[in-house]
Design a protein around this ligand. Structure first.
Ligand SMILES: Cc1ncc(COP(=O)(O)O)c(C=O)c1O
Length: 299
């Protein structure tokens, strides 16, 4: 499974973890230390934040996707010896993507290591290989992390990188060493999933086209979908009560949508969060009709 993951990601080696969460704990607690500064996007996933905390590194959070802010912070700390830039490639609650070419350029300019969380891009972007592949920058990124638990429909996390980094993680990462490894059934499911994506690399693109179509429809109804450009589409409703009313409305019609509220998202941006899957595309007209009904009901 590790060999196949490394081949899939086109990196020298990969290591498989029991979850994406465990993979992020491993990456940051092993590769960062008290002497490291980790520049982390404000909307990065909780597992990145926890990994950094565990490492004892200083976490410097930059404004979401704000490259001027990131550059000024890198400039301010340019004399620090160990620097890491950490970012999700697709942000879980907003469905927008990171400005990777600028991030990579800044990392090179300030001699920082780049670590990507491709949890939501794996299986979707870059013929399934991730967002860094999509934008042709995978070779310029040091560490690629992702999970089998989202588009790949299985379970477990991975880290793909140069051999020296993977060997180091194998010997150092406590969330790898001190936890029983995945059972064969899960490994089998992940291998089948990787095979499927390699055989049908175009399916991610089909999903993204469908997402674009749905997003336009929601926007035409007057809903705010934020900066989403991916299969994750937030329908930002503002206050918590409205989001919960919307969730109830949809559940009564057989559509399970999570109502995401603060503190997971900023105050006054409570939302329904859609994560489109290829197997619901046949139901697209019904999904649209339910949103139209929701709008007409005044929500
Ligand atoms: C961006 C991101 N990173 C990491 C994870 C953790 O992955 P896993 O669910 O496999 O632990 C998730 C989701 O839960 C995620 O959205």
């Amino acid at each position: 499974m590790e060999q196949k993951t490394a081949d899939f990601k086109n990196r020298e080696k990969a290591l498989v973890f029991n979850s994406g969460y465990a993979a992020n704990l491993a990456v940051y607690s092993s590769l960062a230390s008290r002497d490291t500064l980790v520049f982390s996007d404000k909307l990065n996933h909780a597992s990145i934040i926890d990994g950094i905390k565990l490492s004892g590194a200083k976490q410097i959070r930059y404004k979401h996707n704000d490259m001027a802010d990131l550059e000024s912070l890198l400039e301010k700390h340019k004399d620090a010896k160990e620097k890491i830039i950490a970012t999700d490639t697709i942000f879980s609650m907003d469905g927008d993507t990171c400005p990777l070419s600028k991030i990579v350029a800044l990392a090179e300019k300030y001699s920082a290591m780049t670590i990507l969380d491709e949890a939501h891009a794996t299986g979707v972007f870059g013929r399934g290989r991730g967002f860094a592949h999509e934008v042709g920058l995978s070779e310029r990124v040091d560490v690629h992390m992702g999970t089998f638990s989202k588009a790949l429909g299985s379970f477990g996390g991975y880290v793909a990188a140069d051999e020296i980094i993977i060997d180091y993680l194998r010997n150092k990462a406590r969330s790898f060493i001190y936890s029983t490894s995945l059972p064969p059934a899960v490994v089998g499911a992940s291998l089948a999933s990787l095979d499927y994506v390699m055989k049908k690399p175009e399916i991610g693109g089909r999903l993204l086209d469908a997402a674009e179509d749905l997003r336009r429809y929601l926007q035409a109804l007057g809903y705010d979908t934020g900066d989403s450009t991916t299969q994750i589409i937030p329908v930002i409703l503002g206050d918590n009560k409205r989001a919960l009313t919307a969730k109830k409305f949809m559940i009564e019609r057989g559509l399970y949508l999570a109502a995401i509220r603060p503190p997971t998202v900023p105050n006054n941006t409570a939302r329904l969060r859609l994560t489109l899957r290829l197997d619901v595309l046949d139901e697209m007209e019904r999904i649209k009709a339910e949103f139209k009904a929701m709008r007409e009901s005044g929500i």
